[in-house]
Design a protein around this ligand. Structure first.
Ligand code: GDP
Ligand code: MN
Length: 349
């Protein structure tokens, strides 16, 4: 028995307007992934998500970075999946090691103390190298020097909605420098003195602090204390030249000198977020509401049903983290003077 659309009451869908390759010019942009060889199958899943929802229409390049050489299997599998060019970079040792001024004894004690407190990655050296690398060096890698914009992708992520426009062109055309999907509070135990270093930097370099910055997003008292809000940096779309500029260079160098990547466990997420909030005018930050996204354990799912239908989202609306108690996205909306989308009240904790 074959029912016709009239029988079911379901309106037939209009043909999709976007056929294959999206017409027009591309931005100077690439995906970028830091990974180990053992991550190959988890990054394969991420690539498939990104290709199916976006890149099969745009064919942007993909740069892979590793502190060890990628093996043939990693290269073969990822190259087969990416519709743009793939490039594989080996991170120079100076970008993945202890700088000479670090006191090894002090760093070791700090790891042991964090481990005893049960803090995630508290005893890990490689995690600290990773955070320092993502904070200060990814944008300096030779393979990235030719590009202007990047989109960071981690293993095991999901994209839930179609992205039928050029995200990188959007950044350029709207003068956006930093885009995010999820925001939340950082564990204080990992960054006890990050704000002290930041305040010292602000004093030393008042010329780098942007007018109309996003201080209100990261502090509730005009900069006295950090409220621990940060953009979740496993997803980032950004302007590489922002990180390469003098303001961020001075900020990173100050943090690196103070040693908190090793004496504490400063994450690249709070570091990037504080920098983007203080060194950029707030209208250069962008919340990608239309990019449905998952990285364990949080989901961003567009709040409005109209958006979810239009974008063919497959996420469960109730899982949307945006308006839950541990998210900072409400603060972002308040700061920007944005109205929360209809239905947000149905997605509280
Ligand atoms: P989490 O998301 O904070 O739990 O950390 P992940 O384990 O996802 O690591 C963050 C990113 O760094 C991911 O893209 C990982 O693939 C990558 N990564 C983490 N540790 C290492 C490492 O030791 N070597 C390399 N090459 N990549 C790493
Ligand atoms: Mn991750």
């Amino acid at each position: 028995y074959l029912s016709t659309p009239a029988d079911t009451g379901i309106t037939p869908k209009p043909p999709t307007t976007l056929s294959e390759t999206y017409p027009g010019e591309r931005a100077n942009a690439t995906f970028v992934t830091l990974a180990r060889n053992v991550d190959v199958w988890e990054i394969a899943k991420s690539i498939r998500q990104v290709e199916d929802r976006f890149n099969r229409k745009f064919h942007y390049d993909w740069v892979f970075l590793n502190d060890k050489p990628f093996n043939d299997e990693f290269k073969k599998v990822t190259t087969a999946l990416v519709s743009g060019k793939t490039k594989y970079g080996l991170i120079p040792e100076k970008h993945w090691s202890f700088p000479p001024h670090i006191d090894q004894e002090k760093a070791k004690k700090a790891r042991e103390a964090m481990h005893a407190k049960g803090i995630i990655y508290g005893d890990s050296i490689s995690y600290r190298h990773m955070c320092r690398f993502e904070s200060g060096f990814f944008f300096q890698q030779e393979l990235l020097l030719d590009y202007e914009y990047y989109w960071r992708v981690e293993p095991s992520i999901k994209l839930y909605c179609d992205i039928d426009y050029d995200v990188f062109k959007f950044m350029k055309d709207n003068n956006k420098k930093y885009g995010f999907t999820l925001s939340l509070y950082e564990y204080i135990e990992t960054i006890p003195t990050l704000w002290d270093s930041t305040k010292a930097f602000m004093k030393e370099h008042p010329e780098h602090i942007a007018k109309n910055n996003a201080m209100q997003f990261i502090s509730d008292d005009g900069g006295e204390k950090y409220n621990r809000c940060h953009f979740w940096s496993n997803f980032e779309v950004g302007d590489l030249n922002f990180w390469r500029g003098q303001a961020y260079t001075d900020y990173f160098n100050k943090l690196d000198k103070d040693g908190g990547f090793f004496y504490e466990r400063w994450g690249d997420a709070p570091v990037h977020s504080i920098a983007a909030s203080l060194l950029l005018p707030k209208d250069q930050l962008h919340f990608f509401n239309d990019i449905g996204y998952y990285h364990v354990p949080f989901t961003h799912c567009p709040t409005s049903e109209e958006d979810r239908i239009k974008l063919k989202c497959s996420c469960e609306p109730k899982k949307n983290f945006d308006w839950k108690g541990y998210s900072c996205t409400t603060r972002f909306f308040d700061m920007m003077g944005l109205e929360k989308p209809k239905g947000w009240e149905t997605q509280l904790d």
